[in-house]
Design a protein around this ligand. Structure first.
Ligand SMILES: [Zn+2]
Ligand SMILES: [Zn+2]
Length: 326
């Protein structure tokens, strides 16, 4: 495979990756269908912002945000069922069983974390010990700007965290499991992905009970943009959206079987962070997974970071303890 030059790297030399928006297929069919899949994403983002901007205080609560998030996932799940992006990514019983295991695991961990974070004692402690007055200048900014800054700072941090996971072996061991998924669907964010589990945990933690409106708004932006990361639905995403935001296309390249391609598109929400640091690759991939798409059983997934770490430690230890002949 020849691969395509992107910047000073060759992408797609080891496994098929489609590079360039002009080579990515568009949604075809009736006028109504094309209209729907062209405007769905911007319309949802616009509505989410309007809602959290104008909702009265009695409605603007964490529980409502949680409910909307759940409802939105259900809508996306239904879209996947009727309009899959790739037939090869269609849901099977085996995939669903693994996904549900992880969603269940995530929910259990979350509940535990929430129980801890949400405890009144801890909330009081944070409220009292943190000098909220120092944030007065921030509260004075327009609400939408506050929301953007919160999500941007958050995503900027997660960009470097994620990039670190791909560059530092101990972190890679924990993130690697997530890269064994061989197809995308709405639940795949939960599969072996410590970053996403952690993010979700933070997001719907008990702190929400006294979170200002700007946080709810930034959470809504995160939902309306980030939910497509692992989604098996094709949209005619507008070019300004693809320029600014992460998409299924970008993230599928990150999950492809081509090593160079996986070292791209690290951002969660704002793909322009990747553009700034030269790690963005525009395009898509259908064939995904580590080790040429080898399936990993759940027990193996659970143990992998430890067994691999042990193997590597032994290799290193063994090598250093061997006394050279001379
Ligand atoms: Zn990754
Ligand atoms: Zn992923």
């Amino acid at each position: 495979m020849a691969g395509v030059r992107v910047g000073n790297r060759i992408i797609g030399a080891e496994a098929p990756v489609t590079i360039g928006w002009e080579n990515v297929p568009r949604v075809e069919g009736s006028r109504l269908k094309v209209l729907f899949f062209t405007w769905f994403q911007p319309a949802v983002l616009f509505c989410a912002i309007l809602f959290w901007y104008y909702a009265p205080n009695s409605i603007a609560k964490a529980s409502v945000a949680f409910g909307i998030g759940l409802g939105f996932r259900l809508i996306l799940f239904t879209l996947e069922w009727f309009f899959p992006r790739h037939e090869s990514w269609k849901m099977t019983w085996k995939e669903l069983a693994v996904d549900l295991f992880y969603v269940g695991l995530g929910a259990t961990i979350l509940e535990t974390v929430d129980g801890f974070i949400g405890s009144d004692v801890l909330i009081e402690l944070v409220r009292d010990s943190f000098e909220w007055d120092k944030l007065a200048w921030f509260i004075g900014l327009p609400l939408l700007l506050q929301a953007f800054l919160i999500s941007f700072i958050f995503d900027f941090g997660q960009y470097w965290m994620h990039r670190g996971m791909h560059n530092w072996y101990p972190l890679w061991l924990t993130h690697k499991i997530h890269h064994y998924i061989t197809q995308f669907n709405i639940n795949k964010g939960a599969v072996g992905n410590p970053i996403e589990l952690f993010l979700i945990g933070l997001g719907i933690g008990g702190f929400f009970d006294f979170l200002p409106r700007a946080f709810l708004l930034s959470g809504a932006i995160g939902m309306a943009v980030g939910s497509y990361m692992h989604l098996n639905v094709r949209f005619n995403t507008p070019s300004w959206w693809r320029f600014l935001f992460n998409t299924t296309e970008h993230h599928s390249i990150h999950h492809s079987q081509d090593y160079e391609a996986t070292r791209s598109n690290f951002a969660g929400i704002y793909i322009f962070i990747d553009r700034i640091f030269g790690t963005c690759v525009d395009g898509e991939a259908e064939i995904l997974g580590q080790d040429g798409g080898r399936r990993m059983s759940i027990p193996e997934q659970m143990l992998h970071p430890f067994t691999e770490g042990w193997k590597d430690a032994r290799k290193r230890f063994g090598a250093s303890s061997t006394v050279p002949a001379e």
